[in-house]
Design a protein around this ligand. Structure first.
Ligand code: NAD
Ligand code: UDX
Length: 466
């Protein structure tokens, strides 16, 4: 088996950056170059000040600090890195299509195709091409067809190696993965390629945790894993609404069912709705694939997970309006958190965006504090929805660097992200400086509600009946 000496990773995003940093740290003998078309992003990855990396992930700065310049490099010269590499990871974005056939459902594979064409054009020696991006089942076939067009005798092996890291815990997940999945062709060359990649992970992952499958199983397993995880969140959120009307408490129900070892206690936290760049996109993709095979019942089954999630976000906003005497017109609603979960600066599909959008439709003034998300990002998230023009969004959204300033004089507070620091605030001080009655809508169930009620707040908790 040929030992891999040089790796190129195309795409320096939330997956490419952390994944390659950990592979480089654990394999100091392999030279890894992460390339991207986005010059600003590459510049930020190369910033001497490690607090300025383009992605916030606890612990990532230390790993990048150790490997960067030794065997980990960030560059914009994509051709050169492809040319020199024995193994190429494709880690580019695969968003939901916003135009044409499959609009709003199918994965947009234009970045993948561009990447494959670039590899085909540049490669002069045999390469192992690894799909790290999340892709529809049978994409490897399309990549192979494009690569085989080169006609210059270069041989390509395509592997599927989906990434299971979650943002906010990426380093931990990469260091200690439940499993690494590698799908490849069942030919002898295919098996060789699988083992070359398994050897790289084998530097720190026990072999029994490295699963080998055929390419299609690997591609489909990634979509399935995300669909199952998201389905648990929608399931508990569906029950949370039933709890609110029946007097049950969703936390107690989650604990009661989670102790059943067949169900397990993870991913049962009721919330304002799941966000993130993966769950919605991957389920829509699954739904689209099922439909394209004529499997309407399968498609409808999974689509319900998204329908439930949209409902959960909308009813959170509706409840704020109803509770604030049926109008938020001109009222100050303070948001604690904008990121889709704690410990990340990523806001893609964050519930906060949709709740803010609904409240702005009702003419509310939204004041936000998030420890890691910038004002530019928040405004661009709202603008992306295209509900109103950018000027109107800017008039309705104020971003604060100080949480207490965001909360001052507010009519209501909505917790949208579960940042730990929110629990440690001086809630008496916050109460004293708010409009009365002082309302808290805890979309993450993280605050001490008894303490808040003793202070005088009126607290709305997801999944708890009165
Ligand atoms: P991202 O948008 O953060 O990063 C993708 C990067 O690829 C961008 O910086 C973009 O400029 C670059 N790019 C696109 N086309 C390029 C090209 N032709 N040449 C060079 N660079 C190019 O995306 P991400 O969150 O890292 O996700 C990447 C893939 O990994 C997606 O398929 C996603 O579904 C999957 N995934 C993401 C996560 C996650 O938590 N974010 C987890 C598992 C899997
Ligand atoms: C997810 C998958 O977990 C990961 O394996 C995959 O590689 C990428 O997609 P990520 O989206 O980064 O990871 O975060 P995750 O922890 O899964 O949370 C997704 C959303 O669900 C967040 O908005 C989170 O707040 C929400 N969530 C999660 C809940 O509302 N309740 C839960 O119990 C768990």
């Amino acid at each position: 088996m040929k030992e891999i000496q040089k790796i190129c990773c195309v795409g320096a995003g939330y997956v490419g950056g952390p994944t390659m940093a950990v592979i480089a740290q654990k394999n100091p003998h392999i030279q890894i170059t992460v390339v991207d078309l986005n010059e600003a992003r590459i510049q930020a990855w190369n910033d001497e000040d490690l607090s300025k990396l383009p992605i916030y992930e606890p612990g990532l700065d230390v790993i990048v600090g150790e490997a960067r310049g030794r065997n980990l490099f960030f560059d914009t010269n994509v051709d050169k890195a492809i040319d020199e590499a024995d193994m190429i990871f494709i880690s580019v974005n695969t968003p939901t299509k916003t135009y044409g056939k499959g609009k709003g459902m199918a994965a947009d594979l234009k970045y993948i195709e561009l990447c494959a064409r670039q590899i085909a054009r540049v490669a002069k020696t045999d390469k192992i091409v690894v799909e790290k991006s999340t892709l529809p089942v049978r994409t490897a076939q399309a990549i192979k067809r494009i690569l085989d067009q080169t006609g210059n005798g270069v041989e390509f092996q395509i592997l599927s190696n989906p990434e299971f890291l979650a943002e906010g815990t990426a380093v931990q997940d990469l260091m200690n993965p439940d499993r690494v999945l590698i799908g490849g062709s069942e030919t002898s060359k295919g098996k060789e390629a699988i083992e070359a990649l398994a050897a790289i992970y084998g530097a720190w992952v026990p072999q029994e945790r490295i699963l080998r499958t055929n390419v299609w199983s690997s591609e489909l397993s990634k979509l399935t894993a995300n669909a199952f995880l998201a389905q648990r969140v929608s399931s508990i959120n569906a029950i949370s609404e039933l709890c609110e009307v029946s007097g049950a408490d969703v936390n107690e129900v989650a604990r009661a069912i989670g102790t059943d070892s067949r169900i397990g206690n993870k991913f049962l936290k009721a919330s304002v709705g799941f966000g993130g760049s993966c769950f919605q996109k991957d389920i829509l993709n699954l739904v689209y694939i099922a439909k394209s095979y004529g499997l309407d019942e399968v498609a409808d089954y999974w689509e319900q997970v998204i329908i439930m999630n949209d409902h959960q976000k909308r009813r959170f906003a509706d409840n704020i309006v109803t509770t604030l005497f049926n109008t938020v017109n001109g009222k100050k609603i303070a948001f604690l958190g904008w990121a889709f979960k704690k410990d990340t600066n990523d806001t893609r599909e964050s519930a906060a965006i949709y709740v803010a959008n609904d409240l702005i439709e009702e003419e509310a003034q939204i004041h936000v504090y998030d420890p890691k998300v910038t004002e530019v990002q928040m405004l661009s998230d709202l603008d992306y929805l295209a509900t109103r023009d950018a000027e109107s969004n800017a008039k309705h959204l104020t971003v604060h660097a100080d949480a207490y300033k965001a909360l001052e004089e507010a009519h209501g507070i909505a917790v949208l992200t579960e940042w730990d620091e929110f629990k440690t605030y001086d809630w008496q001080r916050i109460y004293d400086n708010m409009q009365k009655p002082a309302f808290v809508f805890d979309g993450r169930n993280i605050l001490d509600h008894q303490m808040l009620e003793e202070i005088g707040f009126e607290v709305y908790t997801i999944g708890k009946g009165k």
